[in-house]
Ligand binder design. Structure first.
Ligand code: ADP
Ligand code: MG
Length: 350
């Protein structure tokens, strides 16, 4: 009899464990796009190799740090010349990496009234945040900034496809593309959609803090991710807020880490495409929640350019997009403000 009870207890225990967590969680991780990636997903198979090769393939089109990438070849192209990429038989060119980023960039560029502009590359290089090297500008040459501003012109970039061939031209010499503000979000979606296509129903894809989650984590809870405290001297893991991702993506932009200082003036990597200068305003960090990470990523950068309160007003106008903003108030205190639907995603203190 004693054995019978013990037996029942053990069966119950196994049933309980397997109901809560019938399959283990896998982690695939590594480096990409100048940062880390970490993919956590439920299932018995590991997809290290597949996920890594997806990221490599995306970078071979999108990275300005790879001289032979498609974007780098476009950037070196002379005006009037045409870049031709043969993707081979049966490939749907319109869903290829650069094509997809160009389509999304054009859409977000219009939506944000030009605050997001993928043609900022010459200015990003000038200010020392691009592929030509991390050289701080010690003497600002405003005549040069003005002339580079003339190259921030998306209408001079033309791209199209004919069957398996992808074509690109630029109408103005010197126009260059930079997908840094949208490519990480794109890559998050790429991995997330690959996992879904391969039957994974519970995952969190995280590339350098841009994330997308579906289903639940190993504890059976909705995935969550932290918003860092936007202060230069804050600990790298200091969290200001925690955001839940019930089948949603989040992207955060901030100017508190990627900047340099010359004669007390701070220059950061967000470029205002209207002035040609790095944008610094009271807005220190923006987290955007959207259905896809690509949109979230690009909108977060656009919000940094817009500043407060325009960024908040802009996000309120968008359907299915919410934003969490941290800015410094008159006395320099960090103050959060968020769009009306954002509270659903804010994890309450437990
Ligand atoms: P992070 O690279 O830290 O994730 P963002 O997503 O905000 O930050 O992207 C910033 C990068 O995007 C810059 O380093 C620059 O290459 C590019 N960029 C800067 N300003 C703009 C802009 N207004 N529109 C589009 N891209 C931009
Ligand atoms: Mg961005």
């Amino acid at each position: 009899m004693r054995h019978f009870f013990l037996y029942c207890f053990l069966i119950g225990l196994v049933a309980c464990v397997s109901r809560e967590n019938p399959q283990p969680y896998q982690i695939s991780q590594g480096e990409t796009m100048g940062t880390y990636y970490r993919v956590t997903y439920r299932g018995t198979d590991t997809f290290d190799r597949q996920l890594d090769s997806l990221l490599i393939a995306a970078n071979e089109e999108l990275s300005t740090y790879i001289p032979q990438s498609v974007i780098s070849r476009f950037n070196r192209l002379s005006a009037g010349d045409t870049l031709v990429i043969d993707y081979g038989e049966g490939v749907d060119v319109e869903v290829r990496h650069l094509y997809a980023n160009l389509d999304a960039s054009t859409f977000i560029h219009t939506l944000t009234d030009g605050a997001f502009n993928p043609c900022v590359m010459p200015l990003v290089n000038y200010w020392g945040f691009g592929y030509t090297g991390r050289e701080p500008v010690t003497q600002v040459d405003s005549v040069r900034v003005d002339s580079l501003l003339g190259l921030v012109d998306l209408s001079s970039v033309k791209y199209w496809n004919e069957g398996r061939f992808f074509f690109m031209t630029k109408e103005k010499p010197g126009v260059e593309l930079d997908m840094s503000a949208i490519a990480k979000g794109y890559a998050v979606d790429l991995l997330a959609e690959w996992l879904e296509d391969n039957g994974v129903g519970d995952y969190l894809v995280d590339i350098g803090g841009e994330a997308r989650g579906l289903g639940v984590n190993a504890k059976g809870r909705v995935w969550s991710t932290g918003v860092n405290t936007p202060e230069e001297d804050a600990a790298l893991d200091a969290l200001f807020a925690v955001i839940e991702l019930p089948d949603k993506a989040v992207a955060t932009s901030g100017n508190y880490r990627n900047f340099y200082e010359v004669d007390g003036q701070k220059f950061s990597h967000t470029i205002n495409p209207k002035t040609g200068f790095p944008e610094r305003n009271r807005l220190l960090s923006v987290s955007i929640v959207a259905g896809d990470c690509m949109t979230a990523d690009a909108l977060a950068t656009a919000c940094m350019v817009k500043g407060m309160p325009e960024a908040l007003h802009f996000i309120e106008e968008q359907d299915s997009v919410e934003g969490y903003f941290i800015f410094s108030d008159d006395t320099g205190n960090l103050t959060p403000e968020y769009s009306s639907g954002f509270s659903t995603y804010l994890k309450s203190e437990e």
